[in-house]
Ligand binder design. Structure first.
Ligand SMILES: Cc1cc2nc3c(=O)[nH]c(=O)nc-3n(C[C@H](O)[C@H](O)[C@H](O)COP(=O)(O)O)c2cc1C
Length: 330
């Protein structure tokens, strides 16, 4: 930044006009309610006592996590992880997903096919520039075609990849099917394992009963988890700290990013969670950009109660965990 706005001033001027603001900036930028060295000092500031009350050590969980993250260049989970995870396992894991979706599709009462998505032709640069987190929503419905478009571009199947099949001869194709192609999606995924499911709480979307659904990308359809009654609609108001600027009753879709821990952790071990966080961000950015193109409001929400939301969705919080939330509305 150019520094031609600097000018000489007296110490009194500095102390009365500049110093208080600068101290606030310093205080904010240093951003540490506790010192990194608090374990080794005798005098503890009140915040450190408070922060440590829930933990055996005074570290934030984020600090502990970062201190232990990726200790060396081999630390993708070698050798029990990546090396032990052969193409057979990858194929088996992919086939498993295909079979479970196929089974749900057979039970026609629980699966709703989504209509064809809109072919978006908006210029990418203009859409990226226009994207904003928008929290004001009008309570108008959104169409099923709009929802279909958001889900397809957000995390839909956009391609296929032939898997190299060294073990073709002993692959149990009678039980698992002989389709060796892996599906690829609009958002990337470590190892093509796609560990994130999109759970949708839907309210006021044309052609859908208000309820909880799971997006099934391979069949571009929705699986019904349960419909929302009055009691569930009331409960929904309490599972997220919506804040004064969001009227929860006007939201049309809440997207919960549910991470299936064991879908990628058998391969990536300690890095698996990192990948899930990255991937949920990639899906959510897709969703924001498509929503912008469709003039639908979207905003990520950090203020959700993980445990209450998981209970609401029927997600166990152990093998499946909510790691991000996006709201959509008209
Ligand atoms: C992980 C994450 C959590 C967020 N949580 C909230 C939230 O709880 N409430 C809210 O109003 N906005 C939330 N936001 C939106 C940010 O406030 C917003 O992205 C930021 O102010 C930048 O503005 P922009 O997205 O319009 O560019 C969140 C954004 C992210 C990425």
């Amino acid at each position: 930044m150019a520094n031609n706005f600097k000018k000489k001033m007296t110490l009194d001027d500095f102390m009365s006009n500049e110093s208080p603001g600068l101290m606030k900036i310093f205080d904010f930028a240093s951003n540490l309610p506790i010192s990194l060295y608090v374990d080794t000092t005798a005098v503890k500031i009140p915040e450190s006592c408070y922060s440590s009350s829930l933990l055996s050590k005074t570290h934030f969980l984020s600090e502990t996590y970062l201190l232990n993250r990726k200790r060396n260049s081999l630390d993708l989970g070698l050798q029990y992880g990546v090396m032990g995870y052969s193409s057979f396992n990858a194929r088996a894991s992919i086939v498993q997903k295909k079979l479970s979706e196929a089974e749900d599709v057979e039970k026609k009462n629980v699966v709703i096919s989504l209509p064809q998505y809109k072919n978006l032709k908006n210029p990418l640069g203009a859409i990226i520039r226009a994207r904003r987190s928008i929290r004001e929503m009008s309570d108008k419905s959104i169409s099923l075609e709009e929802l279909s478009t958001i889900l397809f571009y957000g995390d839909g199947v956009t391609g296929e990849m032939q898997l190299i099949s060294e073990e073709k001869d002993f692959f149990p194709s009678n039980s698992l099917g002989d389709d060796y192609n892996a599906t690829l999606r609009s958002a990337p995924s470590g190892g093509g394992l796609f560990p994130i499911d999109l759970y949708l709480v839907i309210r006021n979307v044309q052609g859908l009963r208000d309820g909880i659904y799971i997006y099934m990308p391979l069949n571009h359809s929705l699986k019904v988890v349960r419909y929302l009654d009055e009691q569930a609609t009331e409960e929904l108001k309490t599972v997220v700290e919506w804040g004064y600027n969001i009227e929860s009753s006007k939201i049309n879709v809440i997207v919960f990013y549910v991470y299936n821990l064991y879908n990628n952790s058998r391969k990536y071990l300690d890095m698996a969670l990192d990948f899930a966080m990255i991937e949920s961000g990639q899906i959510s950015e897709n969703i924001h950009l498509v929503s912008t193109a469709l003039t639908i409001a979207s905003c990520d929400i950090g203020g959700f109660d993980k445990f209450k939301c998981e209970q609401f969705l029927g997600v166990d919080g152990l093998t499946k965990n909510i790691i991000n939330v996006t709201i959509l509305g008209n």
